[in-house]
Design a protein around this ligand. Structure first.
Ligand code: GZL
Length: 374
């Protein structure tokens, strides 16, 4: 809003300057007038060029540049790095944006403070990837009072609807997919008993809530035994620490490990290797992961991770469409999903059905790895 008022004033000032400049040559005599007219024309051109440059500078300083505040969860995973990069690539100076980026280091208090900082700065738009689903209504009301549209990406907010759009993925469907794949895989491998350990994501994050809900729905339907389920906070260190504890507490009692993101799976792999526990297609333990970063797909291709449920981090291009719609005075699409695939290294399971929709399992190949965005 501040940006638009300033640019009108700047342009009005520019037009007034140019009008006064153009009117000064109308009082000269005929012969001199011709020479003067030429000089005046040259002067006008020069003035116009100068004004245009001044307008550009003014616009760049306060005018057409769109200022976007982005309160990012943190830097906990390869997925997060890709999400951040996607936003920095889209909301770049070359594309006409001024991105104010805050890495909130997985700390909700820091994230709320970052949003209040954006209000102070009077940014044009605020993007939030909410660390957790609750505690948002007060600060979103402050954004609304300040007339700053909020766009939520990736994770969801459950205690407020004061935002103009959400772009992300369906975490519960991801959890259901992991369960449906495990059911089909156990049948294909004739495994009758599944004793499962889960390493959850950050407690209270919609990704952790949704993936847990979806997977547990299938586990309950199939009568599987979930021995334990603890948070690894979506980090490799967290995955390793929890898995080390599991290997001690549940030695020889489990044959499935579900990690709610790739980095936790990497940590769990290190812990199981150190404890002498084999995993993957030829191992004693079935390993499932979520996200689909390149390293995880490589492990899937090599048979070390049995299945990877993709969660696509590239929301920024769709967020830009929302902002451009708002800039044009149009109603943006309120909810948009970024599509994902299901990856594996072996063809024991070729397709699964999730929420009534059949979807092919994608076999990871070196050629496919080349195409991966993160
Ligand atoms: C998923 C996203 C999660 C990823 C993790 O929607 O919020 O956070 O699965 C990331 O890798 O840390």
């Amino acid at each position: 809003m501040k940006r638009k008022i300033v640019s009108v004033l700047v342009c009005a000032a520019m037009v007034a300057t140019m009008a006064v400049g153009c009117g000064s040559s109308s009082t000269d005599t005929s012969s001199d007038a011709a020479a003067t007219t030429e000089d005046a024309a040259a002067e006008e051109d020069a003035a116009a060029t100068e004004d245009a440059a001044a307008t550009d500078d003014a616009a760049a300083a306060d005018g057409d540049v769109i200022t976007v505040g982005f309160a990012q969860v943190g830097h906990e995973s390869d997925w997060r790095t890709a999400s951040t990069q996607s936003c920095q690539d889209v909301f770049s100076a070359e594309n006409g944006y001024d991105l104010q980026f805050v890495d909130c280091d997985n700390d909700s208090a820091v994230q709320l403070e970052a949003v209040r900082g954006f209000i102070e700065q009077q940014v044009d738009y605020i993007i939030i990837d909410p660390i957790v689903t609750t505690g948002w209504d007060m600060v979103l009301t402050e954004c609304e009072d300040a007339g700053i549209p909020v766009i939520v990406i990736d994770r969801t907010i459950e205690d407020s609807d004061k935002y103009v759009a959400w772009v992300g993925t369906d975490s519960k469907a991801e959890g259901l997919a992991a369960g449906e794949w495990l059911k089909a895989y156990a049948e294909a491998k004739d495994i009758s008993e599944l004793n499962i350990l889960v390493i959850e994501g950050t407690t209270g994050a919609s990704a952790q809530i949704g993936r847990t809900e979806g997977f547990n729905e299938i586990a309950e339907r199939e009568g599987w035994n979930i021995i334990d389920s603890q948070t690894g906070d979506f980090t490799q260190e967290g995955g390793q620490t929890v898995m080390e504890s599991y290997c001690k507490s549940y030695e020889g009692q489990f044959n499935v490990v579900v990690c709610q993101n790739d980095n936790e799976a990497f940590g769990a792999m290190d812990a199981m290797t150190a404890a002498g526990v084999s995993y993957g297609v030829d191992g004693d333990v079935i390993l499932i992961s979520f996200d689909g970063c390149r390293a995880a797909l490589e492990y899937a291709m090599d048979g070390q991770i049995n299945a990877v449920i993709e969660c696509n981090p590239m929301a920024a291009p769709i967020v830009e469409e929302v902002i451009q719609a708002l800039e044009a005075g149009e109603e943006p699409v309120a909810e948009q999903y970024v599509p994902g695939s299901y990856f594996t290294g072996d063809d024991s399971v070729t397709s699964i059905e999730v929420n009534g929709e059949a979807k092919e399992m994608t076999i990871v190949t070196p050629e496919l790895l080349e195409t991966r965005p993160f």
